[in-house]
Design a protein around this ligand. Structure first.
Ligand SMILES: Cc1ncc(COP(=O)(O)O)c(C=O)c1O
Length: 182
């Protein structure tokens, strides 16, 4: 959740607008509606797989398209490349929460997304040992705002937890292959 908060606070300002999938982890809906809205950043929610609904919801103030694909818990999907094309046509960034697939199975930046977010709490650790997250993107996109907020806003990972996640990454591919086979 800190990764998502840092992305929104780091990149958006009062008056900006988010288009988000309706099918997202429930706490993100609460974050957008109850807290990010208090900063004057409104969110419009759309059906996840309906590309025309995404495009219709974009306004001149829209800065960010936010999607989780596959979504938690319904595992709904969207075509990331097509959504990235819509985002860029309107001068918006596309952020993909890649929690369910992990980089072992899906790499949204290779499909055109600008930002990838992970709850590392899930498969990246995979063993219920730590809570953490990640925001990935080029220096141009996340270097100043997101990194700057993380440095100053407080949601930093402890060195021990970072080490545990790095150990988790060593077996990520193996574990994801086993999940898929099962
Ligand atoms: C898709 C997705 N994104 C974000 C989160 C939030 O992750 P965390 O609990 O690591 O803050 C979750 C948690 O279930 C999730 O399923």
């Amino acid at each position: 959740m800190s990764a998502i908060t840092a992305t929104v606070i780091g990149l958006l300002k009062t008056g900006d607008h988010i288009v988000s999938s309706r099918s997202i982890f429930g706490t993100i809906t609460v974050l957008f509606n109850n807290f990010i809205a208090k900063l004057g950043i409104e969110t419009t929610f759309v059906e996840l797989s309906d590309l025309s609904a995404w495009e219709a919801a974009i306004k001149p103030e829209t800065k960010l398209l936010f999607v989780e694909t596959p979504s938690n818990p319904l595992t709904e999907l969207v075509d990331i490349a097509a959504l990235a094309e819509i985002a860029h046509k309107h001068g918006c960034l596309l952020a993909v929460d890649n929690c369910f697939c992990t980089p072992a199975l899906q790499q949204p930046i290779a499909l055109g997304a600008d930002i990838v977010i992970h709850s590392a709490t899930k498969y990246i650790d995979g063993q219920g040992r730590c809570i953490g997250g990640a925001v990935c993107g080029t220096k141009d996109v996340v270097g100043e705002g997101v990194y700057g907020f993380l440095r100053t806003g407080g949601p930093s990972m402890s060195p021990f937890n970072a080490w545990v996640f790095l150990k988790g990454l060593e077996t990520l591919k193996l574990r994801m292959n086993a999940h898929c086979a099962g």
